[in-house]
Design a protein around this ligand. Structure first.
Ligand SMILES: [Ca+2]
Ligand SMILES: [Ca+2]
Length: 294
């Protein structure tokens, strides 16, 4: 029996080592340590109360020279019922002189590279949200700084950290659509780009219910969490020691303003062209710093 088990064990080990990418695609349940908030003190937050975006905390960006398969415009961003709402929909008449297409939005904690509203190095960063239910697009909570574009073979000068991206709405096998992916990118977005990923982890019915997605960041690692439970950690390329700003966005898959799911593997966009919207709803973003770094 032991021989039998070890035979199948070696087969599985063989396939796992031959096809690590394939195994990376299988979603896993978060099963690591729980976040210990007693180590931290809150340094910044937005609970999205009231009915306007707090412009002392966030800037919108109008990306009307196409943003992947659609357009970003501030009109798709609102605050109501205790949430930030980033809508995504087809506008048959376009917007502000721009052509018909899919429009959605972004908020960032900086206006431009010389006017940063909030950035922080290290700590714990968490958002509580419901994801936009559609194929052909994805929502994300992520962080950036200018050092990401610096090509030097390392990520310690600045790394794009994708706390979560909802790339899986199309996948219904083994409830895989309920999983999100987390990862990092550094050394720009050209040939020298490098990155790593912890793979896909399950949230709890994330297109209909609130879940929290968190990142603990210290000098040793980026540690990712869903609902306060660690999913995985990365330190590939060296951990950034530069402050980073926060971004909440929805992206339409495609290029040059033309929705094209094949470009990003997130399925064909299935939003009706009558203006029906899907919504990325964010209840809060909270940022903490380690007490011993304050
Ligand atoms: Ca670099
Ligand atoms: Ca709220």
């Amino acid at each position: 029996m032991t021989k039998f088990i070890s035979f199948f064990g070696s087969i599985i080990f063989f396939f796992a080592s031959m096809f690590p990418w394939m195994f990376h695609q299988f979603p896993k349940k978060p099963s690591g340590q729980s976040i210990d908030l007693t180590k931290f003190e809150m340094t910044w937050n937005d609970e999205f109360e009231g009915d306007t975006l707090d412009r002392t905390k966030w800037a919108t960006m109008d990306w009307l020279n196409e943003r992947k398969g659609g357009y970003w415009h501030r009109d798709l961003v609102s605050v109501h019922d205790g949430n930030l709402d980033i809508a995504a929909k087809y506008l048959k008449d376009g917007l502000n002189g721009n052509p018909a297409g899919y429009y959605t939005g972004v908020v960032e904690t900086r206006i431009d590279k010389n006017r940063v509203l909030f950035e922080q190095c290290y700590g714990y960063f968490e958002c509580r949200c419901i994801l936009p239910p559609s194929t052909g697009l994805w929502s994300a909570f992520w962080m950036m700084n200018e050092g990401v574009f610096n090509v030097d073979g390392k990520g310690d000068d600045g790394t794009e950290v994708d706390i979560f991206e909802s790339m899986r709405y199309k996948d219904h096998w083994w409830k895989a659509g309920d999983s999100v992916v987390s990862g990092i990118h550094y050394d720009g977005y050209g040939e020298e780009e490098k990155g790593d990923s912890i793979g896909y982890y399950f949230a709890n019915n994330p297109y209909e219910e609130y879940n929290t997605y968190g990142l603990e960041w210290n000098k040793d690692a980026y540690i990712f969490y869903i609902n306060g439970v660690e999913t995985g950690r990365l330190s590939t390329g060296g951990v950034s020691d530069n402050p980073e700003y926060l971004i909440l966005s929805t992206e339409i898959a495609g290029e040059n303003g033309v929705a094209n799911a094949d470009r990003h593997g997130v399925g064909e966009i299935n939003l009706p062209k009558d203006g029906t919207a899907v919504h990325f709803l964010v209840d809060y973003v909270r940022v903490y710093q380690y007490k011993d770094l304050l």
